[in-house]
Write a protein that binds this ligand. Structure first.
Ligand code: EPU
Length: 456
């Protein structure tokens, strides 16, 4: 009955989302191989409204496991990854009501009082690695979590050893069994934990776990991303006592219980950055509205250095670019926030194919995040890689081609390349895009791009 209820909620959301990737809470999984057909060469004009952030919505949903009361989330983006999290929570017996008020401001209420299993199964974790975000809350609140070990993915091996080391430091027992991690704890106890590497979801998992631990936890070398700050904002609304979010040291004084809350998901800074780069690449004048310029400061600094004209408004950024204006080539290195994000590296590379010289783009976060390079080369880009550095020769004329999306951000880079290429570009496997870009074809068509989704 509970499974039936979860399926109903999931199917309702999936149909609302009109996404190309349809997941099922049943064992079988259907991936719809939609394509984008892009006619390049149009300049872009108008306004794009930015959706709630995927990477803030997913931890916000997981945090609802920390209480028996309702957690109301507003501005939840309609994305395949959100559907997957709904399915995951539903499998555990957690009630998720939604969608709410409209495509760009979906409201969702989550209530975990009916939870009956503490497991994230393989079929969902393999679809979405962020499923691992249920680990910390489950152990903290129910003393037990069983999560399928995420394998490698398209962008790298992406271990979760730091999540597990942190939970063990909080007193949990961690064991591995037939591809699953079992984590148990009668009561987590606060301690000092220093991350060897900055990890976003690792920081989020441990903040959630420590919120219900006995005593004080200090996290050092913590991630400072806006999504971490947003999660802490939510937890504080739920009654947690946390200081230092947004800095490298976060202090969490454990409390006995957390209660429900209402929370707006912050704007998606990566989506905002992607449309800023698209506008710079295609030319025109585009307002990227409902976003926080401070969250894309590193990109704006780069755009300024590249000679792209923009101005900040109260609620966004207006990017302006004449067709003939030069774009300066840049050297860029991805780093944790507040530096240049790995999630905009691929998109910036598409822009740099139009730079006036040679760019060096170093990827320092994920070891395999150049999957877009061979596809961009098929369109005429002159890019060679040396280890974790891509050398991009500018002023190349891109030509439309049949190309394949390989991961979420790589796909966005290919769409940007398609917008500036001569002729027709066919981007296949756009289910990757549907994981993280809400209504991309509508948003791009709305500012004058010639782009359509073709169902196959
Ligand atoms: N790492 C470890 N051990 C760990 C955890 C991380 O070695 O236990 C390493 C990773 O392999 C990587 C680095 O640390 O080399 C940073 O990884 P991090 O843990 O920060 O990545 P994540 O939390 O899995 C989140 C975003 C990603 C984004 C990265 C980096 C979510 C749900 N995902 O992933 O978003 O690229 O931070 O900013 O928040 C995307 O949206 O397309 C996406 C991939």
């Amino acid at each position: 009955m509970i499974l039936f209820h979860a399926c109903q909620i999931f199917l309702l959301l999936a149909s609302h989302f009109f996404k190309s990737m349809v997941l099922s809470t049943q064992k079988s999984e259907k991936i719809v191989m939609d394509k984008f057909i892009i006619e390049g060469g149009n300049m872009l004009h108008g306004t794009v409204r930015i959706s709630g952030a995927k990477n803030a919505a997913l931890p916000a949903m997981a945090a609802a496991l920390l209480t028996n009361e309702d957690v109301h989330l507003n501005r939840v983006p309609s994305l395949a990854d959100v559907s997957t999290m709904v399915a995951l929570l539903g499998k555990m017996g957690v009630r998720t009501d939604g969608p709410g008020s409209g495509p760009l401001s979906m409201s969702m209420t989550i209530n975990a009082s009916g939870i009956n299993t503490y497991e994230a199964p393989y079929d969902l974790v393999k679809t979405m690695r962020a499923s691992v975000l249920v680990l910390g809350p489950l152990v903290a609140r129910y003393g037990s979590a069983r999560v399928s070990i995420p394998g490698g993915c398209a962008i790298g091996s992406r271990p979760i050893d730091l999540h597990l080391k942190g939970l063990a430091a909080l007193g949990a027992r961690v064991s591995m069994y037939h591809g699953y991690i079992d984590v148990t704890a009668r009561q987590l106890k606060g301690t000092r934990i220093s991350f060897d590497t900055i990890t976003v979801t690792g920081t989020e998992n441990l903040i959630m776990a420590a919120s219900l631990a006995h005593g004080t936890t200090v996290l050092e070398n913590a991630a400072r991303e806006p999504e971490v700050v947003s999660l802490v904002d939510q937890l504080v609304r739920m009654g947690a006592r946390i200081h230092g979010a947004g800095t490298a040291t976060v202090t969490i004084e454990g409390v006995d219980r957390l209660h429900g809350c209402s929370m707006d998901i912050i704007p998606d800074r990566i989506e905002a950055g992607t449309y800023m780069i698209a506008a710079a690449a295609a030319g025109g004048e585009v307002e990227i509205a409902d976003c926080s310029p401070d969250h894309v400061r590193a990109l704006l600094t780069m755009m300024r250095a590249a000679g792209i004209d923009y101005n900040e408004t109260d609620h966004g950024v207006v990017v302006r670019k004449e067709r003939s204006a030069r774009i300066k080539s840049l050297n860029v290195k991805t780093m944790p926030y507040p530096d240049f994000p790995t999630d905009l590296q691929a998109q910036l590379m598409a822009l740099m194919t139009q730079g006036d010289g040679t760019s060096a783009i170093a990827e320092t976060i994920f070891e395999n995040r150049f999957m877009h390079v061979p596809e961009l080369r098929r369109m005429g880009a002159d890019i060679r890689t040396q280890g974790n550095v891509a050398i991009v020769r500018g002023e190349t004329k891109l030509m439309g081609a049949q190309i394949m999306a390989t991961d979420l951000r790589a796909s966005a880079s290919l769409v940007i390349a398609g917008l500036i290429a001569e002729g027709t570009t066919e981007v296949s496997r756009i289910y990757h895009l549907d994981r993280g870009y809400e209504f991309m074809e509508n948003k791009l068509s709305g500012i004058g791009a010639r782009l359509k989704r073709v169902k196959t």
